[in-house]
Design a protein around this ligand. Sequence first.
Ligand SMILES: *Cc1c(COP(=O)(O)O)cnc(C)c1O
Length: 286
Amino acid sequence: MSSEVTPFRFQDFDFYVKRDELLDPLLSGNKYRKLYTLLQTPSETYNTVISYGGTQSNAMLSIAALCKQKGWQFQYYCKPLPPHLKQQPTGNLKAALDLGMQLLESPDYETLIPTLQSQDKTLVIPQGGAAPLAEQGIKVLTDEIKQWQQEQSISKLNIVTPSGTGTTAYYLAKHLPNCQVLTTASVGNNTYLMQQMQQLGSLPHNLKLLEPSRKYHFAKPYPEFLETYQTLKQSGIEFDLIYAPKMWQTLLTNMQTIQGTILYVHSGGLMGNATMLERYAHKGLL
Ligand SMILES: *Cc1c(COP(=O)(O)O)cnc(C)c1O
């Protein structure tokens, strides 16, 4: 399954967008790519998948959808939940629980996580799917991009995508050595992101981390993120409210340093927008 590329005009600049958000409503964007290998794996290979992380994570919901499809049990470790969320799960958490995910709250989360290990028919997927397991699916994405670039006769191509763990940007750069891959950190700063990516191997020379104009906390509502989200949507494409606004803002402030065509790889995550919009409304920003 290949995703289409759409021309996208935003703030008087011309871009292209690789529409990976259209691949699947739950297994969307880079999560579809990162879990591609497992989507192709025969169901008999595993009976249980274990992962861990935040309780509104897009990766969590995508793994829940994968496990439902495959008939695998899904155990997800998290830190103890705030009582209101426990009583009434919302958003991605509710959706994942409805898909059969077993949520395991762990008071000693930090010491427990490093002890988790894959064995026999149990597979451990690190937080956010940050693992070599993700490479094959992202390679398929880069094959699609190479073919499109050739069809369009584009000589100088820049690829842009936001980073959480940096897994997507890392493998994009590795398999598109003739393109510049631009990203920015959504979790922590670029120094932290670089350390995360180095766990996958040495940093490709064509991978560039763009510096945002200010510091933001991950997954918090910011009026300017909402505004960017709304302007993007009015320009014709809906993006997520956590990763994309910061990436687009950072990209726009760096436009004068970028030469050639820009292809933004949509990273999906639209299923988390409803809860984020509720938080903006709750803060009186909407
Ligand atoms: C998971 C996610 C990312 C981050 O992907 P990494 O490969 O961890 O860098 C970016 N955007 C969206 C919408 C996501 O859900």
